[in-house]
Design a protein around this ligand. Sequence first.
Ligand code: AMP
Ligand code: GLY
Length: 424
Amino acid sequence: MNVLVIGNGGREHAVIQALKKSPKVDKIYAMKGNAGIGELAELVNVDYCDVKAVGDWVDAHSDVEFTVVTPDDPLALGLVDELESRGHKAFGPKKNAAIIESSKAFSKALMKKYGIPTAEYEIFENYEDAISYVETCNIPVVLKADGLALGKGVLICQTRDEAIAGVKEMMLDKKFGSAGNKIVVEEFLEGPEVSVLSFTDGETIVPMITSCDHKRALDNDMGLNTGGMGTFSPAPFYGEKSAKEVMEKIMLPTMKAMNAEDRTFKGVLYFGLMKTKNGMKVIEYNSRFGDPETQVVLPMLDTDLMEIFQAVVDGNLKDVDIKWKDGACVCLVLASGGYPESYQKGKEITIGELDSDVVLCHAGTSIKDGKLVTSGGRVLGVCARGRDIEDARKKVYSNAEKIRFDGMYYRKDIGIKYRDIIKE
Ligand code: AMP
Ligand code: GLY
């Protein structure tokens, strides 16, 4: 079957690499894709946030039997609804379910209503009210813009002055645009963080292997929040005990809550969790595969991804036996100097001879005048599987040295985090 994949990041490159292994998949189209994706798929230059234009393109390409929608914005804009209304099969939640990511106010209220463990919070739409709250609340405190802000709309404020300045940045200066019209002010939680992605068709929910992201730009979790600077899988502190707790207290209750709200969620539901001294708590939900979590999770999958996608859409996920490989996987993001703030594009990328078991997931790359150049903040993910995280980490770092572009930077500590935390 021919498949269209929506998106242009490292995550989509990883999805397409996994789909390429499926005997069910013939040709892949990618909208809009990037230079790496272009080696595996035919690139389609249509703006995927224009849901009508995507619908028209799929209508006109009768050979495309299935569309996979991975980025958050087209999901929040209702691309899956649009395609289904035109009679096409599409993987991903509908707009009324994607809200679990696109509105933090919605997801916090959902968790409160259904008793799903998360940080205590208050919501503000008025600047003065928010300021008077942070003038007296416990510190540290966490500020979150309500809407989508590319994973960057979160401020962890260690002092009261930072909190007051943060409210001003979000609500008055509109640092995150209209996403900051409404803000969530949240209790600061402590503990190791883990991303647990899951497949769900609304009746069955199957967790994927766990992973850990590194959201801050610099080593030792310093610097600004980014979309993610690197990942490893699995999380050593998340064993059967945590998996059971999360399934019973978080995953099943969330799936059922969405059904009860008439917002059945079908697709990938991502749980961003923190293991606190009071148990596992939800930090965030995403309505899609994580980036760069997908780059370490899918290489560990030992089941046909296309079969899973079809089962989710057809509502028979319970019939699929989803298996995972042994060992571990690490992904290191090579970023443009300046990211997550302003950075330059169009820098030529040179790649030496990489070891055969290292896989590159292209994120912000394109071809210009026949040359591979940077076109985004996160440029490449260097990924490798190994016997364990340390083994995978060594492969990734020794190969990252063979890649160059002007201004390139990367964290030196991906995979080290949590290594001293007791295994579960
Ligand atoms: P989010 O976009 O909601 O995942 O937040 C980005 C990052 O901010 C998370 O991965 C956490 O590291 C941190 N964070 C978010 N909420 C909290 C919280 N309530 N307490 C401590 N850290 C948090
Ligand atoms: N890596 C976090 C995210 O995809 O939102």
